[in-house]
Design a protein around this ligand. Structure first.
Ligand SMILES: *Cc1c(COP(=O)(O)O)cnc(C)c1O
Length: 305
């Protein structure tokens, strides 16, 4: 028997809350049938005369190929997406496929109006790629084998970097001890170099008050480090950056120009941090905490002019 070579797989970290790892029961199958019945035609079971003669048996064909997309997998795609909560539909679906699974996901996504990205190996049949694209999916050709495409899709589905502003460090501590501990994501705290008290506490282990709090971003203008968040950050935060106040100002402006979101200065630390690591994060999945929008209107006007 051929030896199966296991590939490196981050499966454990890609169990999402809607993945139930317990095997389905017969009741689950009936429930899925109720869902699918309203969405797909019943496939015929037809006697195959020629094959019956050839095999000297009563041969019937269960014509799953007559389903939309031309393959049985569309049942799974529809059952998945039909049962998905909005919070999982909104960010869209991503799947790896050599064609038919991707067709199924693309079909179900189209039916329920959910965006879908399908990562396929580059030698995927053109007709299968065409079908996924016609159904509105974004098809990403990936150099290499199916398993490499799958790893790419799994990496894309995972958060790889999370940036959050640090004032006293409570929100960064929260992310570090949850996202940081439970996933492979790199959690990055970002503070103004004009108020670097907690950065120094994190780096040097000192809780001494800092003499510098000159940042315009009052939400992160901390002078005295708090012991509890600092302890968590020292244990679990992956990286801690200092950024200039100019970078914070530019962050407020960019967020408004690109996303029409109003930020206060403190909040722009996430984006400023991501920009400081632009080369490293290129091509990755990145989360920026949008921590608050209580900006002074005059200041906002000035920053976005
Ligand atoms: C996926 C697929 C199979 C195999 O089905 P599994 O559930 O992956 O075992 C067989 N035939 C076609 C046409 C397929 O698309």
């Amino acid at each position: 028997m051929a030896q199966y070579e296991p590939v490196e797989s981050p499966d454990a970290s890609t169990l999402f809350p809607y993945h139930d790892p317990t095997p389905p029961t017969l009741a689950d199958v009936y429930a899925a049938r109720r869902t699918i019945n309203g969405l797909l035609p019943e496939t015929p079971l037809v006697r195959a005369d020629g094959l019956s003669a050839a095999l000297d048996a009563e041969v019937y064909l269960k014509r799953e190929d007559t389903l939309p997309t031309g393959a049985f997998k569309v049942r799974g795609g529809l059952a998945l997406v039909a049962g998905l909560e909005d919070r999982f539909r909104d960010p869209g679906l991503i799947a790896a496929s050599t064609g038919n699974h991707g067709g199924s996901v693309a079909y179900a996504a189209d039916r329920f109006d959910v965006p879908a990205t399908i990562v396929v190996p580059e030698d995927t049949t053109a007709a299968k790629v065409d079908r996924m694209e016609r159904l509105g999916a974004t098809v990403e050709l990936h150099r290499g084998t199916y398993d490499q495409a799958r790893e790419r899709a799994e990496a894309r589905a995972r958060v790889e970097y999370l940036f959050c502003p640090v004032g006293g460090g409570s929100s960064a501590a929260g992310y570090a001890m949850t996202v940081g501990r439970l996933t492979d994501a790199t959690v990055v705290g970002v503070q103004s170099e004009r108020a670097p008290a907690v950065h120094r506490a994190w780096a040097d282990g000192t809780l001494e008050p800092h003499d510098r709090v000159e940042t315009f971003a009052e939400g992160i203008a901390t002078r005295v480090p708090f012991a509890l968040p600092v302890e968590v950050l020292r244990a679990d935060l992956d990286e801690f950056l200092l950024v200039t106040d100019d970078a914070l100002r530019r962050g407020v402006k960019t967020m408004f120009e690109r996303e029409r979101i109003v930020l206060e200065g403190a909040c722009a630390a996430s984006l400023a941090g991501a920009r400081a690591m632009a080369d490293e994060i290129a091509g990755s999945t990145v989360v920026l905490q949008v921590s608050g929008r209580n900006v002074d209107p005059d200041l906002f006007r000035e920053l976005t002019e």
